[in-house]
Ligand binder design. Structure first.
Ligand SMILES: Cc1ncc(COP(=O)(O)O)c(C=O)c1O
Length: 448
């Protein structure tokens, strides 16, 4: 018997039509459908789709575009440093004074502070977000012959970790209303892998793209039913919440990154693993320190070196002091962008009951490269996350099913554009950026 997705269109052609339909309507109307409307779309028929209510532009009209000489940063770490300079310098000096550069007291202090902030019982800091994904998969003994399901619309690290352990990534499409892993596509891929019988389904890595948590209620149900390990890749979402619970306590195990550009970023590499399971936490602590047991020369498993530097922990402790305030600023800035841009471009999706950490503020625009060039000409940097879905990347092509197999991910890569986003963006700059975007999408391209 043929498996088909439990919800949504059955054939690949239908799926492409369905994805393009939603994204085209967003581009044409500049409005996102609510999640329930999109669910109706998948369950009933496209005809029931009604656009969401337009939002009003409550700010004054944007200023004329910036000139190239007034460059603005994409992420402004200097403003944050000026704010935190005394605290950062005091904390760094303390580390230099005690000299415990590896697993010093600041590392334990940071782990306690992150646990209190997130609501997770245990936090194990590690050397990068990539290590925060790698250690939990190592602890589950994931390796050759195992299938790890993950979205195609993500950063390469999500897929590179299972491959490095010898496992096979199975790419899953994303939900056009959240950009996160689509539970219906996940169920379809699990059924396909089971039917083919070549790989053992073992784990799901959900990514909280751009800072918005994935649908952990549905993902938790699917993983429980299918006996799969659920790992949250929260590299972009630390500080976000869902149903009143913070990232770190939404999945059995969560990985985050402290890469400098992340919502909570250090001045170098860093990451952390969150779990409520003390047995797992103990294994992660052992794995990050070469598989040590009772002491560092008692080697009880094959581990690695994945410890967070004490100096990075000290810097992150200083940054954590203002993190709540920075998250509130990111939310305010996102709302300002929304109000200025809604009706002109498709603004980022939101989920009822969820807050985003706003690692990125991404719009969808039709003529993306021309709009990006107009912004660059006005001294406004943009970024494209991501120019290709992972199953199109040469390194991962062998694991995917080629063009047309994951239509939403493929389509988003053509239209997505990230605007400057950081907690120190002032209103005037936001209005100038929005004004330049609006001018670029309004003025038709000049024919030569
Ligand atoms: C979704 C996602 N996963 C994993 C990572 C890896 O984090 P790190 O660069 O700290 O290793 C990143 C970093 O950009 C990311 O965006």
């Amino acid at each position: 018997m043929q498996d088909s997705p439990p919800r949504g269109p059955a054939s690949t052609d239908d799926k492409i039509d369905y994805a393009c339909d939603i994204i085209d309507r967003c581009l044409a109307t500049h409005l996102w459908y609510s999640v329930s409307e999109a669910r109706n779309l998948t369950r009933i028929s496209r005809a029931v789709l009604m656009p969401a209510q337009p939002r009003s532009n409550r700010f004054r009209l944007p200023e004329p575009p910036l000139t190239a000489s007034t460059k603005i940063p994409f992420i402004d770490l200097q403003s944050q440093y000026r704010r935190l300079k005394p605290s950062i310098e005091r904390r760094i000096q303390r580390v230099l004074d005690h000299g415990q550069y590896i697993l010093g007291p600041e590392v334990m202090e940071l782990e306690r502070a992150l646990a209190a902030f997130s609501g997770a019982r245990d936090v194990v800091t590690v050397a990068s977000g990539t290590d925060a994904l790698r250690l939990p998969l190592m602890a589950e003994s994931i390796g050759p012959g195992d299938a790890v399901f993950l979205p195609a619309f993500t950063f390469t690290a999500t897929a590179e970790v299972p491959v490095a352990l010898g496992a096979s990534p199975v790419f899953v499409d994303v939900d056009p209303t959240t950009f996160n892993i689509d539970p219906a596509s996940l169920e379809f891929q699990i059924a396909r892998i089971r039917r083919e019988g070549r790989l053992r389904p073992r784990a799901v890595i959900a990514v909280d793209l751009f800072g918005l948590p994935a649908d952990y209620d549905r993902l938790g149900e699917i993983c429980h039913r299918e006996g799969l390990f659920l790992l949250a890749d929260a590299a972009q979402s630390f500080g976000a919440s869902l149903g009143g619970r913070r990232v770190g306590s939404l999945a059995p195990v969560t990985a985050t990154s402290f890469f400098p550009a992340k919502p909570l970023g250090g001045y170098g590499e860093g990451g952390a693993i969150f779990t409520d399971d003390p047995a797992r936490a103990a294994i992660y602590r052992s794995l990050r320190a070469h598989g040590a047991g009772e002491n560092r020369y008692d080697i009880v498993r094959i581990g690695t070196n994945a410890r967070l530097d004490t100096l990075q922990a000290a810097i992150l402790l200083a940054k954590l002091e203002v993190f709540e305030d920075e998250l509130a600023a990111r939310e305010r800035i996102a709302q300002d962008y929304d109000h200025l841009l809604a009706g002109h471009v498709a603004v980022p999706p939101r989920r009822p009951g969820a807050t985003s950490a706003w690692a990125q503020y991404c719009i969808l625009v039709k003529d993306r490269d021309r709009v990006a060039q107009a912004l660059a000409d006005a001294g406004i940097p943009t970024a494209i996350y991501y120019p290709k879905p992972l199953h199109f990347q040469p390194a991962f092509r062998q694991y995917g099913d080629g063009p047309g197999s994951l239509p939403v991910s493929e389509r988003l890569c053509l239209n997505i554009l990230a605007l400057p986003m950081h907690p120190y963006l002032d209103r005037e700059t936001i209005e100038r950026i929005a004004g330049t975007v609006i001018a670029a999408v309004t003025v038709p391209a000049v024919k030569t």
